[in-house]
Design a protein around this ligand. Structure first.
Ligand SMILES: Nc1ncnc2c1ncn2[C@@H]1O[C@H](COP(=O)(O)OP(=O)(O)O)[C@@H](O)[C@H]1O
Ligand SMILES: [Mg+2]
Length: 263
């Protein structure tokens, strides 16, 4: 259920993105994007391949230049901060791929997530990750390259959680997973994580599944928000399929089919 409005002015807590224009030096990819994510909320950004979803993640983490607009976390303007400073301020990020170290064990990957913290504290936080994702516990000595796709994604999320972020960005966490596993990751793990008070921004091509798990949704097309609202309302809109015509319609269909190829 929606817990608050997604676009209702400055968020004292959580994440706010306001009128952000960003890109790679040529024409802007994001053309004035706004959203907020409050603690405990899952906000979904869905849209077709090339819509600018990953660019949005990179603009928030600080690896893509923002030419206008602001990003705040906990009411603090972080727009001009380095990525490292953003992460120390509570911003966690799980990229679509390369989110774990293949040659390290589960335990070692989790430890890397807290490399900047005292060991004692890291151990406590790893214990918390195992209580949130108990299926990782028996795998602690397994090398990441030997994990299944779902286990690997949980490890990627767990690794980000060791830094105890207040805001967590997930870029297509279900990209290489079966529909069944995608559902488990989104409706169980991502939801449970938000219920601990983390503000979760979830980017997905699997639009239907993302709308089902989220409180608020933005449909991104061509770097602009086409529709936004409580996810239940967005799901129920009669024009959603029209908005998703073309490549995006395929993304909706793909959310119910076996995985497609993704960029
Ligand atoms: N590193 C890059 N350099 C230049 N253009 C890029 C780069 N990455 C993505 N783009 C362009 O930005 C647009 C949005 O891409 P992206 O944010 O990856 O979309 P999505 O994640 O929604 O699939 C696309 O037109 C893509 O070609
Ligand atoms: Mg992407």
């Amino acid at each position: 259920m929606p817990t608050s409005s997604g676009n209702a002015g400055p968020a004292a807590q959580g994440l706010e993105v306001a009128d952000v224009v960003a890109g790679y030096g040529g024409a802007p990819v994001l053309k004035g994007l706004s959203l907020t994510v409050s603690p405990g909320q899952v906000v979904a950004v869905v849209g077709p391949n090339g819509a600018g979803k990953s660019t949005l993640m990179r603009a928030i983490t600080g690896t893509v230049r923002i030419s206008s607009g602001i990003v705040t976390i906990g009411g603090v303007d972080i727009t001009k901060w380095s990525s490292e400073r953003r992460s120390r301020h509570g911003l966690g990020y799980v990229p679509q791929s390369r989110d774990v170290f293949d040659s390290l064990t589960v335990q070692e990957n989790l430890s890397m997530g807290g490399y900047m913290l005292p060991k004692r504290e890291v151990d406590d936080r790893i214990t918390n990750v195992f209580s949130l994702f108990p299926s990782l516990l028996p795998l602690r000595t397994r090398v990441a390259s030997k994990l299944s796709g779902g286990e690997r994604k949980l490890l990627g999320i767990g690794r980000a959680l060791v830094a105890t972020p207040t805001v967590l960005l997930l870029d297509e966490p279900t990209a290489s997973l079966s529909p069944e596993l995608s559902k488990v990751i989104l409706t169980e793990h991502v939801r449970r994580l938000a219920d601990t008070g983390v503000a979760v921004l979830l980017v997905e091509q699997k639009a239907l599944q993302a709308l089902e798990v989220s409180d608020w949704a933005h449909v991104l097309v061509g770097g602009e928000t086409r529709i936004s609202g409580p996810s239940g309302e967005v799901l129920a809109r009669r024009d959603i399929r029209e908005v998703f015509l073309g490549a995006a319609a395929l993304a909706i269909e793909a959310s119910t089919a076996e995985d497609g190829k993704r960029s």
